[in-house]
Design a protein around this ligand. Structure first.
Ligand code: M6R
Length: 615
């Protein structure tokens, strides 16, 4: 949902900002813009399209580049993606220049008021309203920029990460945050501002992550002053040492981040359980969980809130928790949960799952659950993200940066964490036998090598992709633990190839979707050895007799489904509760290769953004 970058220091700002925008492009990519200030002249360039379009335009239009600048890559909320609506935005006087990630909900009434006072607007954005509100306050109250920003932000409703500067203050950038992320990189006599640390990782390892309702005044060659937007108190900022390295945010020889991330799964799953799973000793130890085990074991139920792929991981967890821990679980779309007056009590435990840790709907669901007195546990990938801070406790997935918009390694590492939590609780509650417990621990430890094996099917999957790349629709079917995997497979295909796909529990097919099946319809069936194997075999028969084309995910060595299916993708055998960790791999590869063959923008599919920080 928009990426923002800023720089103030001694080097030329343009290359820093341009590179930063390229790294943040996963957050939004329908338009981009930059403003550079050399102390006498502000140069602003913006365009519909990608950062590469901006780069081409800058080369033609910008001459003096300066050592202060801000840049933006946009995912449109207010106003269509065009040049005018792109950020940065000037205030009416031309003195203030702003970039913004988020939404100002009450911008309509503020705009009316400003129009009454003679302000004019060139764009349809809420951001242009905000910068003019700041300008008006600065003028009316005769205050400095920082104070005007503070007063203005106390009048707006919504979410923001903003960075702005004033023509009259060539050595200052003001930033603020509520609901959208904002990091300040601290270099030697230079400062960086960005939605995440990736734009400045080669310059500094030290960063301040602003908290909600904090703002900072960043002055060239001076200290960063952080204060609370609601009060006048200065806040002592916590300077964090970053764990990120450049290699993690580069493609490392792969054509796309998505393919890199798919292939990273064996190693990142290991990173997820490293030091937490000691299979030989029969130990699972999750720092964030140990002190709160009784919250879980005494809970009436567990409610899982999440969106998209993270919601699918939550569905997998519903099976694991109910199966192994015998606690009732409800899995909720965060966006629905927050608006339907849900019944939540102090005896509930809420688990929030989010790769980015910034998803607005999930965050709102967490706030609601906390208000109602529930204990809230977070499972996030991005360290220091808002959700990781807003929850009472939690576990990081340690998957490393996921840059491809389609979530892959986040899903499998989330399931790894959820499985470890379930096994730990099951052990405490005594709902799993010692032999089953040990079996699952040992098998979980073997998942990376099994995922590795599943990845070796890629050449076969490329051939299958070639055959079905022109299909208009796909059905994905699975049962039990693999029903969520079917949903996830369909989501992956939809979002990166733009082919319509639906996931269904295999047995539900006969209640409607079976009408769709004809010789044009590829049906991906997860038909591994499991409790449902025979039933799924029957479902395959039903599809075959209606001439549907079967692409089956089967357990290595399977002979029955192999005979019946048109094409198969093999995965290694593993206990049923762990199967989603391997069955999802061929589905990720299938979507990826179909999308590549169709010439899609795999890492930045249309209309999407990596972290959805608006409702
Ligand atoms: O960062 P989160 O896990 O909270 O994001 C949730 C969804 O927006 C995300 O999973 C989305 O569905 C992905 N594009 C799926 O690949």
């Amino acid at each position: 949902m928009c990426g923002i970058v800023g720089y103030i220091g001694n080097r030329e700002a343009y290359p820093v900002i341009l590179n930063g925008l390229k790294r943040l492009e996963y957050r939004g990519y329908d338009s981009a813009g930059i403003a550079l200030y050399d102390g006498s002249d502000i140069q602003l360039c913006k365009t519909q399209g990608k950062v590469s379009d901006l780069e081409a335009k800058v080369e033609k239009s910008i001459t003096s580049k300066g050592s202060l600048g801000i840049g933006h890559t946009r995912w449109a909320t207010h106003g269509v993606p065009n040049d005018v609506n792109s950020h940065p935005h000037y205030s009416n006087s031309g003195d203030l220049v702003i970039i913004h990630n988020g939404i100002i909900e009450n911008y309509g009434s503020i705009k009316k008021e400003l129009i009454n006072r003679g302000y004019t607007f060139t764009s349809d954005t809420d951001t242009e309203v905000l910068v003019n509100l700041i300008e008006e306050i600065k003028k009316q109250e005769d205050v400095k920029l920082g104070k005007a920003v503070q007063i203005a932000l106390n009048q707006v409703v919504g979410a923001y990460a903003i960075a702005l500067f004033d023509r009259n203050k060539p050595d200052e950038i003001v930033v603020a945050k509520l609901g959208s992320p904002l990091a300040i990189g601290i270099g030697e006599d230079e400062f960086f501002v960005a939605s995440d640390a990736s734009p400045f990782i080669e310059f500094t390892n030290n960063a301040i992550y602003l908290k909600d309702e904090e703002m900072a005044i960043i002055r060239r060659g001076r200290e960063v002053k952080v204060r609370n937007i609601k009060g006048d108190k200065l806040v002592a900022p916590y300077i964090q040492e970053l764990q990120l390295n450049l290699e993690q945010i580069e493609k490392g020889g792969y054509d796309h981040f998505m393919l890199k991330e798919i292939n990273e799964q064996p190693s990142v799953i290991k990173d997820t359980y490293r030091g937490r799973l000691l299979a030989d000793q029969g130990i699972i130890k999750l720092g964030g969980l140990e002190d709160y085990i009784s919250k879980f074991t005494n809970a009436d139920r567990i409610i899982i809130v999440a969106c998209g792929t993270s919601w699918h991981a939550g569905l997998v967890a519903e099976y694991i928790f109910e199966d192994l821990v015998r606690i009732p679980v409800e899995v909720e779309y965060a966006s629905e949960f927050r608006y339907r007056n849900p019944i939540i009590t102090e005896k509930d435990v809420v688990i929030a799952i989010s790769q980015s840790g910034e998803t607005a709907d999930t965050l709102a669901a967490i706030k609601l659950a906390k208000e109602k007195g529930a204990f809230v546990y977070g499972i996030c990938n991005v360290v220091g993200s808002t959700i990781s801070r807003e929850t009472h406790s939690g576990t990081y997935t340690h998957a490393g940066p996921e840059i491809g918009v389609a979530s892959t390694k986040a899903f499998t590492t989330q399931i790894t964490v959820l499985t470890m939590i379930a096994l730990r609780l099951a052990k405490v509650k005594g709902t799993v036998s010692q032999s089953d417990y040990m079996l699952h621990l040992r098998e979980l430890e073997m998942i990376p090598s099994k995922v590795e094996k599943a990845l070796q099917e890629e050449d076969n999957i490329i051939q299958i992709a070639e055959i079905f790349k022109a299909a208009k629709n796909f059905l994905y079917l699975g049962r039990g633990y693999n029903f969520p995997v079917a949903l996830e497979g369909a989501l992956k295909l939809k979002e990166i190839s733009y082919i319509h796909a639906e996931g269904y529990p295999a047995a539900e097919m006969k209640h409607g979707p079976i009408a769709l099946i004809d010789e044009q319809m590829p049906v991906v069936v997860i038909a591994i050895n499991s409790n449902h194997y025979e039933k799924v075999v029957s479902n395959i028969q039903e599809i075959k007799s209606r001439k549907g084309k079967i692409i089956a995910v089967v357990t290595e060595g399977d002979t029955v489904v192999k005979e019946m299916a048109d094409y198969i993708m093999e995965v290694p055998a593993t206990p049923e509760a762990l199967t989603p960790l391997v069955t999802t791999i061929p589905l990720q590869l299938l979507s990826y290769h179909i999308a590549v063959m169709l010439g899609r923008d795999v890492d930045q599919p249309r209309n999407l953004a990596k972290s959805v920080t608006v409702e």
